[in-house]
Design a protein around this ligand. Structure first.
Ligand code: UDX
Length: 439
């Protein structure tokens, strides 16, 4: 164990579990705390409750060292930590665009009265600008002297969570004092020494750094998807257009893949919460373009349904449709706001018999979409299908043999919702290959 601050991580969902494991990996003495007993029991026994490549191995390794423990006790967390990372979720409020901060406040309710010595409380959750200032006020009122707040947003991507935590593009420190900055620098010393840039700023800027990054990424995806709409009207090919744009260093090729658009637990809800907060701040006009970003994104799903309908002759009644992919992106079992399941459910509502297969997200999909049909492999899902929809670009699907799939379907028709398959290969095997934004 390295000398240095003792660390707690409050909230052990996607972000918190990854952060706790990675802090232990850096050599710190870490306690992960969550009010969800089932989640804590799993983590303590070495089981990661979600799909993240590499995390189970790293969890097991760090549990073995004794540097990493899990608890449901606020008393234990409060007593342990010199630095308390707040990693709870900030979902949308039911029926609203604004973020629900009740979990963040619940952590403060649990932690602050139990603190008995100076420490740093570090927010990592994605919150509306102004939240940290309010929480700092709460700390001043409710915690002992010497307890301070910092805001240190997290930019991790599902599927790359470990890499993004241990070798981040940048570290953002929102602080109100030189001491808080020094503490954060000591926690992240190995990462900073390895070259990660640190940008130090105030609370509001740090809060905005996260939501602005997500808004930009969403905008970039919707930009190319808007181009896809124009491509569809002109017979142009959005994948080649994207390639041509990507060689311009000022634009760059990442997040420029046209297709079914974005989903997941972050981009859609963070963008909407950002708009809601801008409205409260009286600058809603500044972010009105994000409404368009959202609308373009949702239109891709509608276009996919229309294209599918066209291929089955206009009506889904009596048709069998195979859906490959349920997760919102590959290498994840997350189905939050999944474009794939949204499309699958719409097509089923319009009369098709839908069979879904996903390499990792089946359990989650069955839980939230119990009326869809599910099969244990792509071939099983495609048996007798009048149409195959490729909606999440898992490597397993990209590497599919068009002949093998063709031998089980009733009609060789596929829509590639992610522009990830090779059209020539599929057409050569006798498939009608269609894609979004391509002739
Ligand atoms: C995102 C941000 O990338 C991350 O920095 C932040 O911390 C949390 O939100 P994540 O939700 O894991 O991470 O997914 P990401 O890899 O960003 O993909 C988001 C969605 O955009 C997926 O549905 C993906 O399929 C889609 N996407 C991505 C595209 O449609 N086109 C692209 O070019 C890139």
């Amino acid at each position: 164990m390295i000398p240095g601050p003792r660390i707690t991580v409050l909230g052990t969902g996607y972000l918190g579990a990854t952060h706790a494991v990675c802090m232990a990996e850096l050599g710190f003495d870490v306690v992960g705390m969550d009010v969800d007993e089932a989640k804590i029991a799993k983590l303590a026994s070495g089981e990661v409750p979600f799909f993240e490549p590499g995390l189970p191995e790293l969890l097991a390794k760090n549990l073995d060292t004794g540097r990493l423990r899990f608890t449901t006790s606020y008393d234990e967390a409060a007593a342990h930590g010199d630095v308390h990372f707040v990693c709870v979720g900030t979902p949308s409020k039911p029926g609203e665009m604004a973020a629900d901060l009740s979990y963040v406040d619940a952590v403060m309710d649990g932690l602050l009265p139990r603190l008995s010595r100076p420490c740093l409380v570090v927010g990592k959750s994605t919150v509306p600008a102004g939240t940290a200032a309010r929480l700092a006020e709460r700390i001043a009122q409710e915690a002992p002297a010497g307890v301070e707040l910092a805001w240190n947003p997290e930019f991790l991507r599902e599927g790359f969570a470990i890499e993004d935590t241990l070798t981040p593009d940048r570290l953002v420190f929102g602080v109100a004092s030189a001491e808080a900055e020094a503490t954060l620098r000591s926690v992240y010393a190995p990462i900073i020494d390895a070259g990660a840039p640190v940008v130090v700023m105030g609370f509001a800027t740090a809060e905005l750094a996260k939501v602005a990054a997500n808004a930009f990424l969403a905008t970039k995806i919707s930009f190319i998807n808007a181009m896809a709409e124009v491509c569809e009207a002109t017979g142009a090919d959005v994948t080649l257009l994207s390639k041509a744009l990507s060689y311009d260093d000022r634009i760059g090729g990442r997040f420029l893949n046209a297709g079914l658009g974005f989903g997941g637990g972050c981009l859609p809800k963070d963008m909407r919460a950002f708009m809601a907060r801008a409205g409260e701040l009286g600058v809603d006009q500044a972010l009105s373009f994000l409404r368009e970003v959202d609308a373009i994104n949702l239109r891709r799903r509608a276009r996919m349904v229309d294209l599918a309908a066209e291929l089955v002759g206009g009506s889904f009644g009596g048709m069998r449709v195979a859906v490959l992919g349920a997760a919102f992106k590959p290498d994840s079992d997350d189905i939050r706001d999944s474009p794939a399941l949204d499309v699958a459910a719409t097509i089923q509502r319009r009369g098709a018999a839908v069979c879904v297969y996903d390499p990792a997200a089946m359990d989650n999909a069955k839980r939230d979409y119990p009326t869809l049909g599910y099969r244990d492999s792509a071939l099983e899902a495609a048996k007798g299908a009048d149409l195959v929809l490729h909606l999440t670009e898992w490597a397993e699907f990209r590497e599919m043999d068009p002949e093998a799939l063709g031998s089980v379907v009733s009609s060789r028709q596929i829509v590639d919702g992610r522009n990830a398959l090779d059209p020539e290969l599929w057409r050569a095997a006798g498939w009608v290959y269609r894609a979004l934004g391509r002739p």
